[in-house]
Design a protein around this ligand. Structure first.
Ligand SMILES: [Zn+2]
Ligand SMILES: [Zn+2]
Length: 207
């Protein structure tokens, strides 16, 4: 089994204690995915209102279940993750699982199962089209622009001056603070003139 903590790191073969701590310490807007064999996982996301999303997939998108966030607490999440890790059939009995109907709701991020093109996924706690997380990852590899024959280091989304919301995301392209915007994002600052890159008169040279 593998525990993915907010896409920032993975814990291989987590212990019961690991699970308990990770669930208990899961901050708002963070998620955990515990994966077993291919297509089998349980995941939770800590909503900004304090409740938890809890979803269970048992092999395919037709076997994808969720629990009403209003009916569960962090203790339920802990218990569900532990039962999943033990591969206990009690997992199906202890919670009121409801079938997540395909197309009517959100398809979850799952590396093993490619989401359909028109699906929404949750990434950084926001909903976006299924191929967008890939765009964000690729944007991080583009470190500079060549403009007017000179190399300019790209400017990432700056840390918000309002420190009460340190996890702020770009409202347009969904990257986190300190990440580079997806090229073409209207919020990206031009490294050359410090205007908005999509509006300024600087030109990016084609490589
Ligand atoms: Zn952006
Ligand atoms: Zn410019």
């Amino acid at each position: 089994m593998q525990l993915n903590v907010n896409d920032s790191h993975n814990v291989n073969s987590p212990s019961q204690k690991d699970l308990q701590i990770r669930v208990a310490e899961l901050a708002v807007d963070e998620f955990l995915v515990l994966s077993g064999q291919e297509g089998h996982f349980i995941q939770t996301y800590h909503n900004s209102n304090g409740t938890y999303q809890l979803e269970l997939r048992q092999g395919s998108s037709e076997q994808h279940f969720f629990v009403d966030p209003k009916e569960i607490t962090v203790e339920h999440i802990e218990r569900a993750f532990q039962l999943f890790m033990q591969e206990s059939s009690d997992l199906n009995a202890v919670l009121d699982w409801q079938l997540l109907t395909l197309g009517s709701d959100v398809v979850s991020v799952d590396d093993d199962v490619p989401a359909p093109d028109d699906a929404l996924v949750e990434y950084h706690g926001v909903l976006m089209s299924a191929d967008w997380p890939q765009e964000i990852e690729e944007a991080q590899e583009r470190l500079h622009y060549i403009m007017h024959g000179e190399r300019w280091d790209r400017l990432p989304l700056p840390v918000a001056s309002n420190q009460s919301e340190p996890d702020e995301l770009c409202q347009e392209c969904g990257v986190r603070v300190t990440q580079f915007h997806v090229p073409g994002c209207g919020q990206e600052e031009c490294p050359r003139c410090h205007g908005k890159l999509v509006e300024c008169s600087c030109e990016i040279d084609v490589d």
